[in-house]
Structures are given as structure tokens and as C-alpha cells.
Design a protein around this ligand. Structure first.
Ligand SMILES: C[S@@+](CC[C@H](N)C(=O)[O-])C[C@H]1O[C@@H](n2cnc3c(N)ncnc32)[C@H](O)[C@@H]1O
Length: 226
């Protein structure tokens, strides 16, 4: 409730959505989730697929260990289901979302938990860390970027979407929208990524989905640990 009150602008926003809020919301909407996103013209899994495959050799070899943060029902895995993964692990706070991800049969392992903890479990291990429509539950990105940098092997990539906090509004980092999702200024995303030690391979503005008949603008970002 506190998070929703903050989204209404009646209290200052905290730096991330509380895990209890995320778990309750997604357990509640898991059943109709995929159909609802198709209705919204949800494009992120397809855009993320394109961004990831740009960095994979175009042959039969399998893709290295990949961690899908906030995997939800597994839509990113479905978008990449024509490719073989050495290891594909999904992590999410919502048990009901994870049940649907399990039903895809595409993950080697699914973990119920907080993505910031999952990121600290292994160092210099993952080839890809991906986050499709998940950083909208975080305002400050510094901690996630630092952990993702440590978790990735050299040359590994962190590929994710962000919703854009439009130019012209006050503030230079992030804002909590009335839909209780965090939106980010793209220059802030670049600054925080570079401060964590990443080089920016791509920061591609795009339309992510529609909301109330209006396009939601954001970007697909690919960061490389060099
Ligand atoms: C909008 S859904 C996107 C799901 C999926 N990535 C997709 O593209 O369909 C966001 C997902 O992130 C999960 N999530 C949000 N914050 C999280 C956190 N701190 N730790 C783990 N999962 C989180 C939610 O439970 C939810 O399943």
C-alpha cells in the first residue's frame, strides 16, 4: 500500500519496489499475464532476443550460461526457444509466475527469490544476464549494475529494457510513475553503467508496449563487461 501511495505522489518514493509488493501483485496477475501482455502489444522479449543474438556467433553452438532476472512466465525464454542454452536459470519473487515459467520446459533451473541476491551467488560466471521489463521495479540502478558486472564473465553482457522518463521533467535519474513503475532518464542509465565498469554496446530507444492506447517509450540496453 505504501508503494502505491508513493506512486500517487503522496509520499516520497523509495529506491525500489518492496519485494512483498512485487510478489503480491504478480502472484495475483500470473494467470492472465501472457494474454494481457499480448493485448498491450508487449515487444520486449522480441527486442531483447534481437539484442542478444547480435552478440552470439551465428552457428550451431549453444549460448553460454544465462541468468534471466525477473523471468516471470518465461516470455524471454520463449522468444529465444529456437536457440540452445548451455544453462538457462530464471529467478523471480512470484511463485505463480515461476509455475508458468516451469511449464515452458525451457529453464534448467528456476529460483524463487530476490534478483539482487541471485546476482551475488556467482562471480565471473554468466555469459548473459538479461532483465526484460524488470528494472522498472527499481529506481536506483547502481547496486544492480555493480552486482551484474561482478556476476558476468569477461566479455559477458547485461541486456535489459528500461522505460524512459521523458526529457523536460525535473530530476536527472529516475521517477516513480502513477502505474507504480520506475522510469529512467537514459543519460542516467549510461552514467551508472559506465560507473560500474561496463561499456555500452547498444542503447536503442524503442517503443516497448502500449498503455491506454499510447506507446510506452524506453530503450533496450546491452552492456559489456570488458
Ligand atoms: C513485468 S514482469 C516481466 C516478466 C518477464 N521478464 C517478461 O518479460 O515477461 C516483471 C517480473 O519481475 C519480477 N520481479 C520484480 N522485482 C523483482 C525482484 N526484486 N526480484 C525478483 N523478481 C522480481 C516480478 O515478480 C515479475 O515476474
Amino acid at each position: 500500500m505504501r508503494h502505491l501511495v508513493q506512486a500517487a505522489g503522496l509520499l516520497p518514493a523509495t529506491e525500489a519496489a518492496p519485494p512483498e509488493y512485487v510478489e503480491t501483485v504478480f502472484d495475483g496477475i500470473a494467470e492472465g499475464f501472457n494474454a494481457h501482455l499480448v493485448e498491450l502489444g508487449y515487444r520486449i522479449p522480441g527486442l531483447l532476443r534481437t539484442a542478444l543474438l547480435r552478440h552470439v556467433p551465428d552457428d550451431d553452438r549453444s549460448i553460454g550460461p544465462t541468468l534471466d532476472l525477473g523471468c516471470g512466465t518465461g516470455m524471454a525464454a520463449v522468444a529465444l526457444s529456437d536457440r540452445r542454452f548451455e544453462e538457462l536459470v530464471g529467478v523471480d519473487l512470484s511463485e505463480r509466475m515461476l509455475c508458468q515459467a516451469a511449464a515452458t520446459g525451457l529453464y534448467h533451473r528456476l529460483v524463487k527469490g530476490e534478483l539482487r541476491e541471485a546476482l551475488t551467488e556467482r562471480s565471473a560466471y554468466w555469459t548473459f544476464v538479461i532483465a526484460a521489463d524488470v528494472l522498472c521495479y527499481f529506481g536506483s540502478l547502481e547496486e544492480i549494475f555493480a552486482s551484474a558486472h561482478t556476476a558476468l564473465r569477461e566479455g559477458g553482457m547485461f541486456i535489459f529494457s528500461v522505460e524512459e522518463w521523458e526529457a523536460g521533467q525535473n530530476g536527472d535519474k529516475w521517477s516513480l510513475s502513477r502505474l507504480a513503475r520506475y522510469q529512467h532518464k537514459l543519460p542516467y542509465v549510461s552514467r551508472a553503467a559506465e560507473a560500474a565498469g561496463f561499456s555500452i554496446a547498444t542503447l536503442q530507444p524503442d517503443i516497448l508496449r502500449n498503455e491506454d492506447g499510447q506507446p510506452v517509450r524506453g530503450a533496450i540496453v546491452a552492456l559489456r563487461r570488458s
